[in-house]
Design a protein around this ligand. Structure first.
Ligand code: GRF
Length: 195
């Protein structure tokens, strides 16, 4: 069965990847609709990109829920209520429990600023520098129960330059992310699912 071309984007902060997805849809490079943008942080700057594009925003604060599972079930309901077929994590700084992951099997994507499986977790750009890596890049992958470990959809590499700092490397990788994420979403939506 094809995946419904209805996206739910989850953010916690700046939302530049969200904006890249919005722009790709507007430019006709991605045939999909964003039904809702959900943030766990009420004043996440990225919510503004959604509002400017006329996309519904929902703030669900994890602080209002007794457990991770309760919170994740509230997320699932908000997404289900809006007919979301594909969940796109875009700087969503929450670990997801099985209550969430099992509700959207093979239907959750994340973007990560390294060539996974290298440098999962926090500050992957600094990790690349600490390891003396000569290349790094960005990965879009399916989300499963293990952090930054689900099957890779697309990856693109860039060189690490002499003199790179965490910030300069992060900036160059971010530009790659903005191109890669909409491409990966399109690739997944164009696949026929077998489950
Ligand atoms: C990106 O670097 C993404 O790879 C990581 O968090 C950052 C989010 O940036 N998961 P933005 O909020 O999309 O600007």
């Amino acid at each position: 069965m094809p995946i419904a071309r209805v996206l739910g984007v989850l953010i916690s902060g700046r939302g530049s990847n969200l904006r890249a997805i919005i722009d790709a849809i507007a430019a006709g490079r991605l045939d999909a609709r964003i039904a809702v943008v959900i943030s766990n942080i009420a004043d996440a700057p990225g919510l503004e990109h959604a509002r400017n594009a006329g996309i519904e925003t929902v703030v669900l604060s994890h602080r209002a829920y007794a457990s991770r599972e309760d919170y994740d079930r509230a997320l699932v309901k908000a997404l289900d209520d809006r007919g979301v077929g594909l969940v796109c994590l875009a700087g969503f700084m929450r670990l997801l429990s099985p209550a969430f992951v099992d509700a959207f099997p093979n239907r959750i994507l994340n973007v990560h600023p390294s060539l996974l499986p290298n440098y999962p977790g926090l500050r992957p750009q600094q990790q690349a520098l600490d390891h003396g890596a000569s290349v790094s890049g960005a990965t879009v992958h399916f989300v499963n129960k293990d952090l930054d470990a689900g099957p890779v959809v697309l990856q693109r590499e860039i060189p690490v330059l002499p003199g790179d700092t965490e910030d300069t490397l992060a900036d160059r990788i971010l530009r790659i992310e903005h191109a890669l994420y909409p491409e990966a979403i399109a690739a997944v939506l164009n696949q026929v699912s077998h489950d």
